[in-house]
Design a protein around this ligand. Structure first.
Ligand SMILES: Nc1ncnc2c1ncn2[C@@H]1O[C@H](COP(=O)(O)OP(=O)(O)OP(=O)(O)O)[C@@H](O)[C@H]1O
Ligand SMILES: [Mg+2]
Length: 454
């Protein structure tokens, strides 16, 4: 170990062992200068202000203060970092002669900081470059005083001051000063690191969340597009179906109707010509009955396909005609109660949807309900149009049947039609207690599109 002979102006260049550069013991024997508490207080207050205002630069501020308070030539903070498995000290903050070397690195074992961290204790070294050649510089590091810099109680770096002159020697007061500064900085640095870590996590979570949001949004958009596509397709199918029904109804009416009229005329002429031939007359009369029945059947089919009243007179007229015929045909009492429906406010598409829903609901009553009475309510009130078909028949497991879809397509088709019109369809029924089919459509969906008067 060296002793006070360090006062000599020219140092030895020869390599030396650590024991030869280690002059820690001199801290005990050297006279210590008188503490300057006033300067120290000012320095700590400035450091506290820096921590509050600009925590990122606090370590730099700290080394500048260490430089001044210890009257050193260079002061620095070295932090231990792991660079892909290699441990290095990085000069995190530097002030004084070597200030420009900030961020330079040195392998752990090649640096006096390694000893300071290993021993977790103050070090004082004389011409340390004799033992740590990587330190060799101009001017040389004559005396170096290092204290551990701790993070969460563990040494993660060092705070150090260096003289490049042979006449400046560090004492216990210098050690006390940089220890105080290091302890102060370590506390501030910990809270700053915690804040940085928190910010990093928040940023990470925010990025994750916004990425999830994007994925979710694109999935929502995709489903929306698919749903819109499905609705467009259903609407086209419904329109095409009605067109086809209209075309078939016209063809039947024109072709079959005309031929039946011709047949009726010919049968009447034949009957007039048959004179006293009673047997022939009976046969002609029975053919006339069949032709009449055929005519009625064709009329019924034409009407079933697309009642002219729906296009010409509107929903209420067409539906009341349908309900009357239905009741007569099936021998079940049925009544339509209509109110508040203005024909020219509904689109043809909307009227067709409501008509077909009522038709299918009545079909179901005829097929399944064994009811004595059906009430059909059609009204527009308080911004909403309602169609309710209520029977007093045997009932069924309403909504469950709708979900199943394995019995038939009637209920599902009704719900689809209601949805296409922007409304909802609800089935209320329980075995033994009749059934109610209720369609509700908001009035703002009623006014658009082609109306009867358009
Ligand atoms: N008013 C009703 N009263 C009693 N049961 C009904 C009534 N309406 C529907 N159901 C029951 O719900 C089932 C499903 O009706 P849906 O109209 O969907 O099919 P479907 O009438 O059987 O066949 P499709 O209508 O396809 O010809 C029916 O099979 C019947 O059991
Ligand atoms: Mg059905």
């Amino acid at each position: 170990m060296s002793n006070e002979h360090v006062t000599r102006p020219h140092a030895d260049d020869a390599p030396a062992s650590f024991a030869e550069v280690d002059i820690r013991a001199l801290l005990e024997s050297r006279p210590s200068r008188v503490p300057d508490y006033e300067s120290e207080d000012r320095a700590l207050a400035a450091l506290a202000a820096e921590l509050a205002e600009n925590p990122r630069d606090m370590l730099q501020k700290l080394v500048e203060m260490a430089l001044t308070l210890c009257q050193a030539d260079t002061a620095g903070i070295s932090l231990l970092e792991n660079h892909t498995g290699v441990e290095l000290f990085r000069w995190e903050a530097l002030a004084g002669v070597f200030a420009l070397a900030r961020n330079n690195t040195m392998p752990r074992e090649a640096s006096p900081c390694g000893v300071c961290i290993n021993e977790n204790a103050t070090q004082l070294m004389y011409l340390a470059d004799r033992c740590f050649p990587a330190l060799r510089n101009d001017p040389r590091f004559v005396e170096a005083l290092l204290v551990p810099f701790r993070y969460r109680g563990l040494p993660v770096g060092t705070v150090w001051v260096v003289t490049h002159r042979f006449d400046r020697k560090f004492d216990r007061e210098d050690e006390r000063l940089i220890r105080t500064l290091a302890a102060f900085a370590s506390a501030g640095w910990q809270s700053w690191r915690a804040q940085v870590e928190l910010e990093r996590r928040v940023a990470e979570r925010t990025a994750e969340l916004s990425e999830m949001n994007l994925v979710l949004q694109s999935e929502i958009d995709r489903r929306k597009r698919t749903e819109e596509e499905r609705v467009r397709l259903l609407r086209r199918i419904a329109l095409a179906e009605e067109d086809e029904r209209r075309r078939m109804a016209r063809e039947m009416h024109d072709q079959l109707g005309q031929q039946l009229s011709a047949l009726t005329l010919k049968l009447a002429a034949l009957k007039a010509d048959c004179g006293e031939q009673a047997e022939l007359r009976i046969q002609i009369e029975s053919l006339q009955t069949i032709a009449k029945q055929l005519d009625e059947d064709v009329d019924f089919l034409v009407w079933e396909l697309r009642p002219a009243a729906l296009d010409d007179l509107g929903l209420v007229a067409a539906l009341s005609q349908y309900v009357r015929n239905w009741s007569k045909h099936f021998g079940v009492s049925a009544e339509l109660h209509a109110s508040g429906i203005e024909k020219d406010r509904l689109t043809i598409e909307m009227e067709t949807a409501l008509y077909r829903i009522a038709q299918e609901a009545l079909n179901n009553v005829a097929k399944h309900a064994r009811a004595q009475k059906v009430d059909i309510l059609l009204e527009c009130h308080s911004g909403q149009i309602s169609l309710i078909v209520e029977d007093n028949g045997v009932g069924f497991e309403g909504e469950r049947m709708l979900g199943a879809g394995d019995r038939g397509m009637g209920l599902i088709g009704m719900r689809e039609r209601a949805a296409l019109a922007g409304g909802t369809l609800v089935v209320e029924s329980n075995p033994g207690s009749g059934s109610t089919i209720a369609v509700r459509i908001p009035a703002h969906n009623l006014g658009s599109g082609k109306t009867h008067n358009a």
